[in-house]
Design a protein around this ligand. Structure first.
Ligand code: IMP
Ligand code: MG
Length: 184
């Protein structure tokens, strides 16, 4: 689905499919270089990170393993509750592993700071973070993101995995949701 297919639901277009792919390539090159010769485990955070994970994993030239976690910090609204619950846990034993958490977006930072602490406590050798988007003005906790894509304003965005009430994940680009959608 293209941004133009839902133009009425958007306040603005943020990134095209091509701009996203270019950014992912850039991040992948850095990850390839930093983890050369290592056995990296990518941990995707369901469901928002599916697109980033699929494209990042294929952009890497490293052999990687993939695993998934589902956590909830959001209801159907647009504000973080700060409460993190594991809905689906990893299948992989993290002892001695180099882990890279793959996320769509860092908003308050509450989800990722909790997740990093949680994965570190399982004996991983290292736990780093790759996030395509980041809202610096929304940060409630400081999260050290080694691989950060775009910095955006504190607005609710959709597309490329990001949803509003589980819709819009299949947009190829990323846009700002029009306020009339969540006000109604
Ligand atoms: P945080 O705990 O506030 O950093 O929230 C992180 C999670 O909230 C992300 O993984 C997303 O699933 C969701 N989220 C935060 N901001 C947005 C947004 O603008 N659009 C869609 N989902 C968002
Ligand atoms: Mg997410």
């Amino acid at each position: 689905m293209e941004l133009t297919d839902i133009a009425d639901d958007l306040a603005a277009t943020l990134y095209t499919e091509q701009q996203i792919q270019d950014k992912i390539e850039e991040l992948a090159k850095r990850i390839d270089a930093d983890y050369a010769g290592e056995k990296l485990l990518l941990v995707g955070v369901l469901k928002g990170a599916v697109m980033v994970m699929a494209d990042l994993a294929r952009a890497l030239t490293l052999p990687i393993e993939m695993d998934w976690m589902a956590v909830s910090s959001y209801g159907s609204g647009t504000q973080s509750s700060g409460v993190v619950r594991i809905l689906k846990d990893l299948d992989t034993d993290l002892t001695g592993r180099k882990v890279l958490i793959v996320e769509d977006i860092i908003d308050s930072g509450l989800t990722l700071s909790w997740l990093r602490a949680n994965l570190s406590s399982r004996g991983a050798e290292s736990v780093e973070i790759c996030a395509l988007l980041r809202k610096p003005d929304a940060a409630k906790v400081v999260v050290d993101v080694k691989y950060a894509g775009f910095e955006i304003a504190n607005e609710f965005v959709i597309g490329y995995g990001l949803d509003y009430a589980d819709k819009y994940r299949n947009l190829r680009g990323i846009g700002v949701l029009a306020p009339h959608i969540y006000a109604s």
